[in-house]
Write a protein that binds this ligand. Structure first.
Ligand code: CDP
Ligand code: CDP
Length: 201
């Protein structure tokens, strides 16, 4: 039997960490859908056409630490505004969502476009300043040379592009539970998410 958890929200809101924890707790598979757009974005930085890169994408391409840089995140956000790119990635995400045993997908449009019938929908937020602090700490920890101001500007630019695009904009589904993690530590955020999943199980 399938059981789908859709987790959406802006950059560094905590949706990926929450999605991984929910998947581990309930034994579900997890797909970070941002990696699909990052993988396409990374290929465009090497000169490939975004639509061609999206159609050629393989699951193996997602397992790549080089996708987690700010440059690739910006490229991802640019290709994510192209309807042909989004369309090429739909089937893979929907098949993943329907797998037996349950699935958690995190992204921007999971509860609205990819899985509008998901069993549980969460929209995770936090202030841009809090999110920038978190992402900055993460990037510095991985050896990236970035300032907090650059990270905040990057996040604001992506937020605006992701929420403002015509096709599958970042927006909470009407029936999503909102989880503001600005003042929640990650354990409290995970517990709130797991309680919501348990309520629908
Ligand atoms: O981890 P972070 O939230 O910073 O980024 P991500 O989830 O890896 O997503 C990178 C970019 O991919 C986003 O800024 C969006 O433009 C795009 N994306 C999307 O459009 N739809 C999704 N379902 C997931 C990501
Ligand atoms: O997937 P997304 O970009 O939404 O965020 P993430 O990668 O799950 O979280 C970004 C960073 O913020 C990670 O280092 C998390 O551990 C941290 N975080 C936190 O400190 N407190 C929270 N309530 C949520 C995330």
């Amino acid at each position: 039997m399938s059981f789908t958890v859709a987790i959406d929200g802006p950059a560094a809101s905590g949706k990926g960490t929450i999605a991984r924890a929910v998947a581990a707790r309930f034994g579900f598979a997890h797909l970070d859908t941002g990696l699909l757009y990052r993988a396409v974005g990374a290929r465009t930085l090497l000169g490939e056409e975004p639509e061609v890169a999206a159609r050629a994408l393989r699951a193996e391409d997602l397992d790549n630490e080089d996708l987690r840089t700010p440059e690739v995140a910006q490229a991802a956000s640019r290709v994510a505004a192209i309807p042909e790119v989004r369309a090429a990635l739909v089937d893979f995400q929907r098949s993943f969502a329907m797998r037996a045993g349950g699935a958690v997908l995190d992204g921007r449009d999971i509860g609205t476009v990819i899985c509008p019938e998901a069993d549980v929908k969460l929209f995770v937020t936090a202030s841009a300043e809090v999110r920038a602090r978190r992402r900055h700490a993460e990037l510095v920890g991985k050896g990236h040379d970035v300032t907090p101001g650059q990270v905040l500007a990057d996040i604001r630019e992506r937020d605006a592009r992701d929420a403002g695009r015509a096709d599958a904009p970042m927006v909470a589904a009407e029936d999503a539970m909102h989880l503001d993690t600005s003042t929640l530590d990650i354990d409290a955020a995970v517990e709130a998410a797991c309680a919501e999943v348990a309520r629908h199980r």
